[in-house]
Design a protein around this ligand. Structure first.
Ligand code: HEM
Length: 168
């Protein structure tokens, strides 16, 4: 029994399941419900979640990504000619590319949009927003929702590539 592989698999699947599960719960269940309840409920709940969510998701994604690369190297070697040598290689590589895209969207494109929306919403706290402010906040929220949806769908596709890798 290779304990090293077991430890990498436990880290990979454990943090991977947490990352994708949390992301899907937020995107498809919690955030739409909060949005429907209106800004008086959405904003304090979102602000309180955002205090711990980025570091938790960053840690989960880094452990999943790192352990995935470790598993790949241990199982198939550190030169990348395994990528197109088998369907397993293609499936794992597709998961790798998907993960890199979600890291870029989730930690590169999405945070500036969320921060700008939050800053704008705070700027008209205690008064009604102007028509331009309301339009801009709607535009930022719509862009944030689209990016979050794209990210969650790609993460689910990554899980599918992982689940089929050994069997294709
Ligand atoms: C969101 C990101 C990811 C998630 C949720 C994830 C999830 C999983 C899951 C659930 C398995 C177990 C599949 C099975 O035993 O049949 C797995 C296996 C694996 N993953 Fe990932 N993974 C992710 C990203 C990556 C990345 C970026 C790599 C690196 C290239 C990678 C490499 C592997 C390898 C080599 C295996 C073992 C496959 C085998 O047993 O044949 N994963 N992954």
């Amino acid at each position: 029994m290779d304990v090293t592989i077991l430890i990498w698999r436990i880290l990979h699947i454990g943090f991977g399941a947490f990352w994708v599960g949390t992301d899907a719960f937020l995107t498809f269940l919690l955030l739409p419900r909060l949005r429907a309840l209106g800004p008086n409920i959405e904003r304090p709940v979102f602000a309180s979640i955002m205090r711990f969510l980025p570091p938790v998701m960053m840690l989960s994604s880094i452990v999943t990504f790192g352990s995935g690369i470790a598993l790949t190297g241990i199982m198939r070697g550190w030169n990348v000619n395994w990528v197109f040598a088998s369907n397993w290689g293609i499936a794992i590589f597709a998961g790798f590319v998907g993960t890199v895209v979600t890291l870029f969207v989730g930690f590169g494109l999405l945070p500036p949009v969320t921060l700008r929306a939050d800053k704008l919403a705070r700027s008209f706290e205690g008064r009604a927003p102007t028509a331009a402010e309301a339009r801009e906040l709607d535009r930022l929220n719509a862009r944030g929702t689209t990016l979050a949806n794209i990210n969650s769908v790609i993460l689910i596709i990554v899980v599918i590539t992982m689940a089929v890798a050994r069997f294709v």
